[in-house]
Design a protein around this ligand. Structure first.
Ligand code: ZN
Length: 72
């Protein structure tokens, strides 16, 4: 698995076609469009700081999680 791969997909709200998007680009305000019906997806400007926060926390959690080894 490639740790740098932030590419995701989301079903188009209009036609359910998969829209591929980059999480980081989306957080930076990029817009992605459905290549089937040209519907646009983007984060609302208001929600970008919140989404960034969630993403940072998610990354932090992933980086700090250690496999638990139980010794008996
Ligand atoms: Zn579509």
């Amino acid at each position: 698995m490639n740790a740098n791969n932030t590419s995701q997909k989301i079903p188009c709200p209009v036609c359910k076609n998969d829209i591929h998007f980059e999480t980081l680009a989306l957080l930076q305000g990029a817009q992605f469009s459905c290549n089937h019906c040209d519907a646009k997806i983007s984060l609302m400007a208001d929600s970008i700081p919140k989404a960034k926060e969630v993403y940072q926390k998610y990354k932090q959690v992933k980086e700090t999680v250690q496999p638990k080894v139980s010794k008996k």
